[in-house]
Design a protein around this ligand. Sequence first.
Ligand code: PEP
Ligand code: MG
Length: 587
Amino acid sequence: METIKGIPVSSGVVIGRVILLDDVGSTSVPRRPIEPGEVDREIERFETARLASIDELDRLHREAREEMGPEAAKIFLFHIGALSDNRAVVEPIKKMIREDLVTAEHAAWRVFRDMSARFASKKDTTFRSKISDLNDLLARLLKHLIGHKIDEPARLDTDTVIVARDLTPSQTAAFDRERVVAFATDLGGKTSHTAIVARALGLPAVVGCQSLTRRASDGQRIIVDGERGIAILDPDDATVARYRDLDEQARARLLELRDLADLPAVTADGVEIELLGNIEFPDEIAGVLEAGGVGVGLYRTEFLYLTANTEPTEDDQYKAYKACVDLAAGRPLTIRTMDLGADKYTQARAETPERNPFLGLRSIRYCLQNLPMFKTQLRALLRASADGPIKVMFPLVTTVAEFRRARMILRDAMEDLEDAGVPFDRDIPVGMMVEVPSAAIQAATFAREADFFSIGTNDLIQYTLAVDRTNERVAGLYAPAHPAVLKLIRDVVRAGGRYDTPVSCCGEAAAEPDFAPLLIGLGVRTLSVTASAIPPLKRLIRSLTVKRCERIAKKAISFDSEVEAAAYVRDRVRKLAPDAFDGWSID
Ligand code: PEP
Ligand code: MG
């Protein structure tokens, strides 16, 4: 039995079997050294996989030619040609196996990755357009070498635990939910979008387990404890029995919490807190309402792009937004325009990695540089606004010019629709995320322009403290209760109050028992959290008074350090609401 400590990101416990995922395409295939005596075997593995891929492509070419004609089928000839190219592909891979003493899959990945980088740097767009073909080819080759198991659900058992170095949010969203019951990764942070998707799917998960992929092997028994943040390989019988008990206790607690769904989220001194849900997919709305949420405070629309192979059309998007409008049935519904980039990249963007993606072409910046795509989304959103109330929210606004420009493009889209006689809500509220320190510092300026603010603590914390939210190595420095963060939030709430601009918070920290009281104490009255967090948050709210929260916030903000502030808040909340930190006590 081996216990590996990581970061808990999605609660629940699961006992299952490991499926080890080697990364393909955008990330990496780990370098596994081989002995000189293993070179011939690796070269043979490569040859077998290459020939099997060519056979497969040959068959696909024939089928495509019959169904779609020779022109459309040509792409498979390019793939076959590339896999038969001795100079550019076959010999370099063999040479790397021989000279660098690495596995066939690692050598193939490196050769294809280098080729993609060369193509990406070319001015000629024909080269760049071939990058996704190279990725497809690599995926095919790797499937034959190591089995790209996610593509083969038949291979997965119903208790599959995915173990991977890292997972993208879209990989996670694409899991076969019938079979995949949990995941654990070497890398990652609590507020990464992969972790957020895990919570949305109710999938227990632990990230930042550092060496897990090196220790785990396919088929091995594993416990993923998403509560305490541990993965246990080959658990002994006593441990399995203990975890079965804990699982039962947790289920019983969940049932108890469900009873709260119909009770109002009101503090003990009678102040109403609006509890909304964060969603990534329209069908999560039912879960939000069932859990006692009164609407949607954040719909992360980028998942429409991340879960599709091609860019969603205006109609695809309209359907998704209309589905939300119908499900929300007149309740609050805030739809955020796409927040692509950083850890949420589409296939196309993965080809041109940025050195510093969280500071790069992300979110509203990406939209403002890709206007046709942005306008398509805005048109779809406006069309859906004719079917029921929607608020539009722009993410990662950093400058006033950005907000004005985004709103101007929204107006352009309105004019287009008007000319075409398409109905929409002319008074649609237009707000922004406050998740960059510049926006928080200039909140008074923004408050005169925006119809509402939603504080995004996930990013606000990362940018204020210069801590990558996805990096397990600095996870200990990611401190929501840092006085610097609290001061920014305080100022945003004050600015909102001065200009009648409603302020909500939709970051993950809004669901934390040692952070939500601070938000309430600082004056935030609307919290938007993942569906599963709504019941415990409601219970916490009902056991606190605003007066107490104000006192706690005032004191926390006065500390010099985040360590003192966090310890103080935790201690206070523990006393006021002893069940707020209900975890699983194992010992
Ligand atoms: C945030 O940054 O807090 C937020 C809600 O947005 P996202 O997590 O999608 O970046
Ligand atoms: Mg954000």
